[in-house]
Design a protein around this ligand. Sequence first.
Ligand code: GDD
Ligand code: MN
Length: 231
Amino acid sequence: MAVTVVVPTYNERDNIEPLIRGLAEALGDLGYEVVIVDDNSPDGTAEEARRLSKRYPVRVVVRPRRMGLASAVMRGAAEASNDVVIVMDADLQHPPRVARLLALAARLGYDIVVASRYTEGGGVEAWNPLRHIASRGGTLLARLLVPPARRSTDPLSGFFAAKRRLLLDPGLRAEGFKILLEILARNPSARVRDIPYVFKPRSRGASKLSLGIVWAFISQLLRLVVESRRV
Ligand code: GDD
Ligand code: MN
């Protein structure tokens, strides 16, 4: 059972080659394809990905302008040719060899497999105290306010595998960064499994996390609370 790795990119040119090489090593024997969803990055990320697509099973989708991480993930899933989709960042903070563990767990039949920073054996390297507090606080809030998020220790993770159909759900909202939270909320009976991993320091380029993204998360939380009251 092959997997599709969906990688949203915005200005990640220098990370693409090590990422693609790492994925080839980690997933080569399982069967895989990579779908890069680039938002017309000015640094030439898409060109670099196209160059690599001559040697590796990589497809490149370019959208005309910056449209956000969650919607890029949904677009990648729409393009995927496999039933299991792995979502990961391009910047090597999500180690490719963990993608292999996600693929293997998905094979066992789980609907959602989360690479978790907050389970035994997981962790975070090189964050400032503020980012630690924000991440822990956000995770706590999500688990408190959105009961189906309690099925994972890291419902805000950007690194997970899911059945493709869960990502094609027309009711899924494509705002902000936290698409996993949305999927967990909409599928309270999904079979969920966590796999520990250590979130690495960014290898090159800059983070796109901004106040706008934090705000998108807060309004997403409020909306999920209101929606869950309605059902
Ligand atoms: N196509 C596209 N469009 N890609 C984007 C956009 C966008 O508007 N914004 C960000 N990306 C891409 C980045 O290029 C990177 O590959 C990935 O999305 C994550 O962006 P980062 O800026 O590196 O995010 P982060 O490291 O602060 O946070 C990530 O990791 C956390 C822990 O797993 C995110 O995945 C968070 O959602 C997650 O909680
Ligand atoms: Mn990152």
